[in-house]
Design a protein around this ligand. Structure first.
Ligand code: NAD
Ligand code: IPM
Ligand code: MN
Length: 356
């Protein structure tokens, strides 16, 4: 019986995770997945209960789990806390401790949502790109880091952008392997005109590329990549990049699909267990109102079935059910355009269950 640790987190986290679990239970009834759920705390919720954003007992459970489903963490209540103890640190520690270096962030435009994108329909129609973000290295984890006091009494904040060859090699392999199953193109995004860490990044990408002769490798500076993503996003197939650039570019890619409420993610390590979470955050501005879009989390649950639990038929069925609900014209507020039916978070979850 596969064991799923469920970490709803903060803000809209509990609302959207409830809907994803509802959908998973419906898929279970249909496909006999036999999933077992164990709920725990992460982020601000864990700080309130235990004084730390990720308790050792929670981390332990996650290590033993077959997969982890997460909502989102953070919010204004904990914004004054120092960086090392914030809700976000719990999530970062979880990713790091489990070695979840490969973060897959697919940006797919459901054709029904062409009008919800802020870009012209012809620019985004048929969009299907995959951002492969390195998740356990780079400036997010580099040492030294901190805020120090200089001799003149002024404070100075500092972080370190580092990548070792083995970290670049393994994320390169993830990107090339993913591209082999898709459009056979990898665009590696860096800032090799300025940052040495990304000069090495580019070198290693070039060195690994010949192992995948059927895949075409190109390189792009991150500033241009940000521009190209909104100018002509369909030129991309797989985009591979470091932790921070991947964070930023995936939010940009999200908007191409109509809303950040549509973007799921999978974070994988070498052993196959994974963490599944929407790309968006805890959306404090709409938390508690029942209007959040649960589809990114529902689609993350579907990625969990596909990548960690080997249940691709159930994953396909959930993705098809999401398509059917959009066909019916149901829209949460973030993807609503005139003429469609505006529904709550819960009603969206119910509709996906019904479509299943
Ligand atoms: P955010 O993604 O939470 O929200 C940005 C905007 O998108 C808001 O207007 C929000 O209402 C909207 N939005 C996000 N998800 C939505 C959904 N499912 N349905 C409808 N609208 C949605 O980003 P932020 O405001 O910069 O951050 C808020 C908090 O979330 C911060 O504490 C931040 O650190 C945290 N955060 C957490 C994660 C995570 O847990 N993985 C990711 C990003 C941000
Ligand atoms: C994300 C988030 C996280 C990140 C934060 C909450 C630590 O923005 O998953 O995209 O920066 O990785
Ligand atoms: Mn982010």
């Amino acid at each position: 019986m596969p064991n799923i640790v469920v970490l709803p987190g903060d803000g809209i986290g509990p609302e959207i995770v409830d809907e994803a679990i509802k959908v998973l239970k419906a898929a279970d009834a249909k496909f006999g997945l036999d999933l077992n759920y164990e709920q725990d705390l992460l982020g601000g919720a864990a700080i309130d209960a235990h004084g730390v954003p990720l308790a050792d007992s929670t981390l332990d459970k996650c290590r033993k789990a077959d997969a982890i489903l997460m909502g989102s963490v953070g919010g204004p209540k904990w914004d004054a806390i120092e960086a090392a103890k914030r809700p976000e640190k719990g999530l970062l520690k979880l990713r790091y401790e489990l070695g979840l270096y490969a973060n897959l962030r697919p940006a797919i435009l459901y054709p029904q949502l062409a009008d919800a994108s802020s870009l012209k329909p012809e620019i985004v129609a048929g969009l299907d790109i995959l951002i492969v973000r390195e998740l356990t290295g780079g400036i997010y984890f580099g040492e030294p880091r901190g805020i120090r006091v200089l001799e003149n009494g002024e404070k100075q904040g500092f972080n370190t952008y580092v990548y070792a060859e083995h970290e670049i090699e393994r994320i390169a392999r993830t990107a090339f392997e993913m591209a082999q199953k898709r459009g056979k193109k990898v665009c590696s995004v860096d800032k090799a005109n300025v940052l040495e860490a990304t000069v090495l990044w580019r070198e290693v990408m070039e060195r690994i590329a010949p192992e995948y002769p059927d895949v075409e490798l190109s390189h792009m500076y991150v500033d241009n990549a940000a521009m190209q993503l909104v100018r002509a996003p369909k030129q991309f197939d797989v985009v591979v990049t470091g932790n921070m650039f991947g964070d930023i570019l995936s939010d940009t890619a999200a908007m191409l699909t109509g809303s950040i409420g549509m973007l799921p993610s999978a974070s994988l390590n070498q052993s196959g267990a994974g963490l599944y979470e929407p790309v968006h955050g805890s959306a404090p501005d709409i938390a508690g109102q029942g209007i959040a879009n649960p589809l990114a989390t529902i689609l993350s649950a579907s990625m969990m079935l596909r990548y960690s639990l080997n249940q691709s038929a159930a994953a396909d069925a959930i993705e098809a059910a999401v398509g059917k609900v959009l066909d019916k014209g149901l829209r949460t507020a973030d993807i609503y355009t005139e003429g469609f039916e505006k529904v709550s978070c819960q009603a969206m979850g119910d509709a996906v269950v019904a479509a299943l």
